[in-house]
Design a binder for this molecule. Sequence first.
Ligand code: HEM
Ligand code: HEM
Length: 456
Amino acid sequence: MNSPGHDPHRTIKMFFLSSAVWFLVGTTEGFIDATHMAAPDLLGSIGWLSFGRMRPIHTNTVIFGFVGTALLGISHYIAPVLLKTPLYSSAMARISLWVWNLSVLVGTITLALGFSQGREYAEWIWPVDIGILTTLFLSTLNLLGTIYQRNERILYVSIWYSLGGAIFIFFIYLFGNAVWNPLSGAIEGGIADGVLAWFYGHGLVGFFLTPLAVGAAYYIIPIVARSPLYSHTLSIVGFWSILMFYNQIGAHHILQAPTPTWLKVIAVTGSVAMLVPVLTALTNLFLTMRGRIGTIHADIGGKFVFAGLVWYFFVCIQGPFQSLPIVQRVTHFNNWVIAHSHIAVLGFSGFIALGGIYFILPRIMGRDLHNTKLADLQYWMVLIGLTGFFVVLTGLGLIQGNSWLNGETEYRLLPQIHMYFVIRAGLGLFIVSGAAIGLYNIFFSIREPRIREAAK
Ligand code: HEM
Ligand code: HEM
């Protein structure tokens, strides 16, 4: 299936490079969003720069463009290595790469022009949905083909996660975007559509970002720790329990809406039960790393993945807690949730995505990164920015939530909380700079051998 003489890693490198580009674009958009909140009049009334357009552009770019692209690249790399066989079709992988990137680009431009389906994380219009679905379909097919022709009988847990993630997200994306109803992108009005929208919204993080990131961590951690996985049985228990609980908890996003009570009960109990798969995976990985934290941190990829797992722990302790209706009375509808989103998507899946890039690149290039110190600098810039985000946004959320609970008039609070928005925008600059450093480093890590070859 692969043409002779073809560099099997070229597509993987392009997945990583394009992820780095989207990281910089996405964080710049996030910075513009943050500027709107700190100085609402600064950017005037330019349509494509308005908050209503820039916010979905930011969220979709970071989720699909930055984290999604990197995780897809990582799973395309991991599968052939673990299955001891070449990728089933490198042509299919190339098409996946370009269709995916084209979709993110068209989605970004059309949102900037004001075309939106108006449902969170499903804002992209239907031609873009077709592109995303095409990639997800091809990636699943490619993975299945690689599994079929494998030379390794045992399917390591990372393969389970990659395959499970690929299959589930295809259907969740299809239904969540109501692709058969291209004009509205919704099934119908009212609460039924809200339920579907959040089945999709949480499915996107639970069946796309989570399995691919956890699968990558399962692959990388034993290698950088130079220690076999603590327990294969535990890893499979974690996989099946994720499938069991994750798909029915989306309604925890709409506990404050007229959602049927039975659904809310299922969502809340399922959210608390999520502690089972999360703690199973984390215990397994932390026992694998026991006594080897220094060895892991000696590899910059391992260092990023380790931080991603620590964030995963905090995200998934916070998640069940904020699913409780009594807690959501304070934490819903304010910046507490924005803090959670950032430690989840950037802290957990984003850090593991970056770790995967920095772990895999030197291995496929056969030499060190262009500059490991720069990767370390990026690590600290993003970590400082994100930790700051978490502290500032959580504090801000608690102030907003309590004032609401006490019946205060919200707009009177604005002068008091203005400084929090200014600090958040400032912290954002750390993350934007980290993304710029990462793009520079990844670009030259990929480019250098060609320059060297040309000089020979
Ligand atoms: C144990 C696992 C988790 C639970 C129980 C959980 C729970 C929740 C709850 C209850 C909310 C809604 C809060 C509100 O609106 O008041 C929420 C929001 C969110 N969660 Fe999680 N979470 C978990 C893990 C994750 C992970 C792993 C990710 C990402 C990889 C993630 C990403 C998000 C995002 C992006 C939102 C914001 C959605 C929005 O309103 O736009 N969560 N989570
Ligand atoms: C320069 C860095 C960043 C800044 C300044 C920033 C800022 C923002 C702002 C202002 C919002 C809108 C919040 C609101 O509606 O109240 C937002 C939403 C969001 N951002 Fe970022 N962001 C940055 C980086 C990132 C990164 C790297 C990721 C993920 C990898 C990310 C993921 C998200 C998500 C998932 C939401 C939706 C949150 C929700 O509705 O709960 N952001 N961001």
